[in-house]
Ligand binder design. Structure first.
Ligand SMILES: [Zn+2]
Length: 387
């Protein structure tokens, strides 16, 4: 009898120890504050909830950085971390926030679009909670989030998500996926409030183009591409052809399907005057048949199983021993964003958006992403925003 109790006590102790250890890790992940150092181009920083009262005080509220040029012109919006497990998005937006100078027009940047999702993780899939980017002054630490908002912030999930306003039936998980809840409503679930606030921003600020930055599996055909609806198609096509010809990386255009609702590249175009673009770069970490989901796989994209599948022509992107390093993905995004603004400006001379001091693909590949991120210790306190 007493032997039984000894075993039970040891088991209870082990379970409690695991519970405490993991709770501390999840708490630290959820409350980790990422310093964002505003660069020479940032003229004001506001909260997204300024466009939607019901977003105030929630975990979905997030910073909006304005980079206003000396001369008036057009307006471009960039969004990173719509899916917080696709980190090339936030890294690209940080390169713009920390370095870009806007000569003409205005750039509006939301680096942490799904703020709640960045504080979530994929339970049971062994995702890392953090990753680090080497910089010229040491490593910069980031939360590694999930595709959907944290259940702590939006709960319960329905059996089926009925999209608003089209009433299309989507997976229950999509109620927390901020790329299925566009155009949103002020009194809907939290992610609908988030997308509603952003549509309001686009309408009030008269945003011309909106660029939503993602990453996708190498076994998924919609990768290395720009997804665009009819109204954005001309600019997307010219952008894709230009970057391929001038910068030598693969890129193509995917038409935004009319019958698949809730996506940014569909609803922003249908519910506002803004032209949407959704960018995808390869993200081997998200593919199913890979080895362990390590930080190395996340940052470098090297995996022996994908290499073997590439040899059998099962991937939709070029893939060799060099994998898909972060600097290639972020470099592609920087070039595609700059080229979309360039093509838009060429076609709308009265609404030009001219941005300088942002590296293109070759420079990011050569110098690394971290080269463009600034040391918060050397920045003035008022120039740092914690997210
Ligand atoms: Zn995505």
């Amino acid at each position: 009898m007493s032997g039984n109790w000894t075993i039970k006590s040891i088991l209870i102790f082990i379970i409690l120890a695991i519970m405490i250890l993991t709770s501390v890790q999840f708490y630290q992940h959820r409350h980790f504050q990422l310093p964002i150092v505003t660069g020479p181009g940032v003229t004001k920083v506001i909260n997204l909830s300024d466009y939607c009262e019901s977003l105030k005080g929630t975990m979905a509220d997030t910073y909006v950085f304005f980079l206003e040029g000396k001369e008036p012109g057009g307006k471009g919006l960039m969004m990173g971390n719509t899916h917080s497990n696709e980190p090339a998005g936030i890294l690209t937006t940080l390169i713009f926030i920390e370095n870009a100078v806007v000569e003409k027009g205005t750039l509006i940047i939301i680096p942490q679009f799904n703020n709640s999702g960045s504080r979530n993780t994929k339970f049971g899939d062994g995702y890392p909670l953090f990753f680090e980017i080497p910089t010229d002054w040491g490593n910069k630490k980031f939360r590694y989030g999930d595709r959907t908002a944290a259940p702590l912030d939006q709960w319960p999930d329905p059996d089926v998500y009925v999209h608003y306003p089209d009433r299309q039936l989507l997976s229950y998980l999509d109620v927390r996926n901020s790329n299925r809840t566009w155009p949103g409503r002020p009194d809907g679930p939290l992610m609908e409030k988030l997308t509603y606030a952003t549509i309001e921003l686009m309408k009030k600020e008269k945003v011309d183009i909106a660029i939503d930055i993602h990453g996708a599996e190498t076994m998924f055909p919609v990768t290395n591409c720009i997804v665009a609806p009819e109204k954005s198609m001309r600019i997307a096509t010219m952008t894709s052809l230009t970057v391929m010809a001038m910068e030598g990386f693969e890129n193509h255009v995917e038409p935004s399907p009319q019958g698949f609702r809730g996506l940014s590249h569909r609803e922003i175009g249908d519910y506002s005057d803004t032209m949407p673009f959704l960018l995808e770069a390869p993200l081997p970490f998200l593919d199913q048949p890979t080895g362990p989901k390590t930080i190395d796989l996340l940052l470098n994209g090297k995996d022996p199983f994908l290499l073997s599948l590439a040899k059998q022509k099962k991937l939709f992107v070029p893939y060799d021993e060099s994998g898909w390093p972060m600097e290639k993905r972020v470099g592609q995004h920087c070039s595609v964003v700059l080229e979309i603004m360039n093509q838009f400006s060429m076609q709308h001379s009265e609404r030009e958006i001219i941005v300088s001091n942002v590296p293109r693909y070759a420079e990011v590949v050569e110098k690394g992403v971290g080269h463009y991120l600034h040391d918060p210790k050397k920045a003035k306190k008022e120039d740092i925003y914690y997210n």
